[in-house]
Design a protein around this ligand. Structure first.
Ligand code: NI
Length: 224
């Protein structure tokens, strides 16, 4: 599933995030890369010891993780603290697949879903599209500041070279309660039908039944 969630961060939060990022140092992104990614990764990441990191994470992840569409589409079990990534002129990230297991020893999680939150407007840079190979062809993604995109961590993807300006994103990964992407997709479709029924005919028997099936399929398929 490839899903865009608009306006995860509103303009006030974006402003706070960007003014915090302005105070941070960025380091070579290859330091955090696995062996195969290191060959194709050309970007910079916010230093891990940044003094306002907690505040940044609260702003970005608080908004993302609490978003009802993120909850429904990702069904997150574990969510990683994000990386804040900067691409300046000449930087990009060649074709790769994200590491399958991430996190420190003892705090490891499986990456099922990758998420990018766009932190600056698309007119501030040329290039820098996130390009994902899907069964339906390549998708090229460049979103408004504050929007997020979710895609399967198993997909081959790259970031086109930034030819002008600066691209700023927060990237994070989640382990889903539903390991099977098809189950996630089916449940998300059912969630959307349930929400539509709740709005159009909340008192109907159909609404109650669909809600019950949604809840019980989640119970049947969840792995914790
Ligand atoms: Ni990636």
């Amino acid at each position: 599933m490839l899903l865009v969630i608009p306006a995860v961060l509103d303009s006030a939060k974006l402003q706070q995030v960007r003014s915090l990022l302005d105070q941070g140092n960025f380091v070579d992104g290859r330091l955090s890369a696995g062996e195969s990614a290191r060959r194709v990764k050309r970007n910079e990441e916010l230093e891990s010891g940044f003094r306002h990191l907690q505040q940044l994470n609260n702003l970005v992840m608080g908004s993302l993780v609490q978003h009802p569409l993120y909850q429904a589409a990702a069904m997150p079990y574990r969510v990683a603290t994000p990386y804040y990534v900067r691409y300046t002129q000449g930087m990009g990230y060649g074709d790769h697949v994200d590491d399958p297991v991430m996190g420190p020893p003892g705090g490891q999680y499986r990456s099922d879903i990758s998420t990018s939150v766009f932190l600056n407007p698309p007119d501030q840079y040329e290039g820098g599209e996130l390009v994902i190979r899907t069964p339906f062809g390549q998708q090229s993604i460049k979103l408004a500041a504050g929007d997020a995109v979710l895609y399967p961590s198993s997909s081959l993807h790259h970031i086109n070279e930034v030819t002008q300006g600066v691209r700023l994103v927060a990237v994070t990964w989640a382990q889903s309660m539903l390991r099977d992407p098809q189950q996630r997709e089916l449940l998300f479709q059912l969630y959307q039908a349930r929400e539509a029924l709740r709005t159009s005919q909340p008192e109907s028997d159909a609404s109650t039944r669909v809600d019950q099936v949604y809840v019980n399929l989640t119970r049947m398929w969840s792995e914790l």
